[in-house]
Design a protein around this ligand. Structure first.
Ligand code: 6GU
Length: 252
């Protein structure tokens, strides 16, 4: 059982993202739990204030440390972990390490994971020093808050947990699991608006189809993710007959 906690000022955003579809079903089955916790519930301020001006000046407001730390303590107490054991706490920030499939694999082994979402200009550094174990970004662009990145990471982690996906949805042999983008796929009809399904797929020759799938995956990766293509060639041995997208014939 993997238990996700999301510390946020906007808990309804978490439920909106992770309430339905495959993640919603996994929660109903009890394979994972997702708990959105409102940081504002932990302020001692009579007006429920959670932010203030930055000492460094500038326009934005910063989340104050106390509500964040008190919220984190409450979550940790609820977990009932042995003394001294601290759950991994991910601060979701564009100033973090970029999230990858390998990080999703690592996080999927934890029983408890806390995501801390900032808003406004971010969070007082002292609160981060006290609670954060990891600093993670989902990519090189700026969003208005950490809620959607947290949901994205929880989705990517959850689908790796046994029982979350069924056979048809299975997580093996997909983009990023084996280092290539996926080959194009087709269903009926065999011709649509003048476009035909590649003949080889209708031939029933399974060996040829496997080779075609590999070459299509190589071509797509070469065109769309050249750095990923180079890495794949460097680390994998291909069948001699393979036609590479950048050369006429397979080398070796
Ligand atoms: Cl984790 N948070 C925010 N606010 N923006 C981001 C991000 C995270 N990752 C990329 N952009």
């Amino acid at each position: 059982m993997t238990n996700f906690y999301v510390m946020t000022l906007f808990p309804e955003m978490i439920e909106a993202c992770l309430g339905g579809s495959i993640i919603g079903r996994a929660r109903e089955k009890g394979i994972i739990s997702v708990n959105a916790v409102n940081i504002r519930d932990y302020t001692l301020d009579k007006h429920k204030k959670v932010d203030d001006y930055c000492y460094s000046g500038g326009a934005g407001m910063l989340m104050q440390p106390d509500p964040v730390c008190r919220c984190h303590e409450a979550i940790c107490s609820e977990m009932g972990l042995p003394d001294g054991v601290k759950p991994r706490t991910v601060y979701v920030t564009p100033q973090g390490t970029r999230f990858t499939e390998q990080m999703a694999v690592d996080f999927s082994k934890e029983e408890y994971l806390i995501f801390l979402c900032g808003h406004y200009e971010g969070i007082d550094e002292r609160a981060l020093e006290l609670v954060a174990t990891d600093y993670v970004s989902i990519g090189d662009y700026v969003l208005t808050g950490g809620e959607m990145p947290a949901c994205i990471m929880i989705d990517a982690i959850s689908r790796l947990i046994p029982g979350v996906l069924n056979n048809e949805e299975s997580a093996v042999g997909e983009s990023f699991t084996d280092g290539l983008l996926e080959y194009p796929q087709y269903t009926r009809p065999p011709e649509y608006r003048g476009l035909r399904v590649p003949e080889i797929l209708l031939s029933g020759d399974h060996a040829k189809i496997e080779q075609w799938k590999l070459e299509q995956a190589l071509k797509r990766t070469y065109e769309r993710r050249p750095e990923m293509y180079e890495e794949y060639l460097r680390t994998h041995k291909l069948p001699k007959k393979t036609i590479l997208p950048d050369k006429k014939e397979g080398k070796l």
